[in-house]
Design a protein around this ligand. Structure first.
Ligand SMILES: [Zn+2]
Length: 320
């Protein structure tokens, strides 16, 4: 029995040290022998600005990445902000990859079919051509995907940065809150910077799963502009995969409304776009909205639940 466990541990270590993302996370207390990464782990176990342990030990996950080895990642506690800084907001990329060569890498899914990590050196080379339009991604069912729960397919590396559309290695099950309030401001910042300067930006996005859960607790995102050594773009953050007013079962992907008032307030702030002809409702950001005939289009702040009562059904593309 003990022998068997040792063999399993050795196999895991081979994967870890070999940089293979087959098993992208495991409890940090088992990684004591991953000497190569010890120094960096120390720097990142206590993200600055984060509350220290509150009685219980917070879950820790070991993240393998191309940016400089594996780091023990402590999932921060959600305290009302869509994202928090990690490592004092200082990105940790190995000097060896700070070049002006554009690349994009989407690491393989792990054994449970979960996304591992996406890393790129973004530039005008990786951005979609102005003539390109975002395609349909509804065929991809990321781990933990459950329809009718309000989930969105969140790109690890956004389409506007990579032109990467329906790559399953680049799409996770995420809340609208994580996608739009958490990730989008950072993606926009990079996009504008590249368009303005023509420079490169190293960018790495890693979904953080706890144990065997199929929905990630959030995504770790870090970026650094290359030509100006980070004076243009430099951040290291964690965006929470939460949905205010709703409770998420991260094992199954089921979402339950626990505070109708908070949910309604959020819907009110965002609104939905109705197609009064097809009787579907969309997020304003859905690509179908642009194609909709004006006389069928109506923007409302009615709650999701109320729209369904009125006979509307959620769009299969944006899944509001
Ligand atoms: Zn839609």
């Amino acid at each position: 029995m003990t022998k068997k466990l040792t063999i399993i541990t050795i196999i895991l270590l081979v994967f870890l040290l070999g940089g293979c993302s087959d098993d992208a996370e495991k409890p940090s207390d088992k990684t004591g022998d991953a000497k190569a990464t010890t120094a960096q782990s120390k720097e990142t176990t206590s993200p600055s600005g984060q509350p220290e342990t509150k009685g219980t030990t917070p879950p820790e996950t070991t993240v393998q990445n191309k940016s400089g080895g594996s780091v023990a990642f402590e999932i921060p506690e959600y305290e009302g902000q869509p994202s928090v800084e990690i490592n004092g907001n200082v990105p940790q990329f190995d000097d060896s990859i700070k070049t002006t060569e554009s690349f994009e890498e989407y690491e393989p899914l792990d054994k449970q079919g979960r996304c591992t990590t996406a890393i790129a050196n973004l530039s005008t080379d990786t951005q979609p051509a102005p003539s390109e339009t975002r395609g349909d991604i509804s065929a991809v069912h990321p781990s933990g995907w459950m329809s009718g729960q309000g989930w969105e397919r969140c790109h690890l590396i956004g389409w506007q940065l990579s032109g990467e559309n329906d790559n399953p290695r680049n799409l996770v099950t995420g809340s609208h809150y994580m996608n739009v309030d958490g990730m989008l401001p950072y993606e926009n910042e990079i996009n504008w910077y590249i368009s303005d300067t023509g420079n490169h930006v190293l960018y790495e996005v890693t979904p953080i799963f706890e144990g065997k859960e199929s929905v990630c607790k959030g995504v770790h995102m870090q970026a650094e502009s290359v030509e100006d050594d980070g004076s243009g773009i430099s951040f290291n953050v964690f965006c929470f995969n939460v949905s205010p007013g709703r409770e998420i079962d991260y094992k199954t992907g089921a979402v339950t409304v626990v505070d109708e008032e908070v949910v309604s307030r959020n819907a009110f702030e965002r609104g939905y776009v109705l197609n009064t002809n097809t009787m579907r409702f969309h997020y304003p950001s859905c690509s179908s909205v642009a194609d909709m005939a004006e006389h069928n289009k109506e923007t409302v702040t009615t709650s999701r639940e109320e729209l369904i009562k009125q006979g509307y059904s959620p769009c299969g593309n944006c899944e509001p």
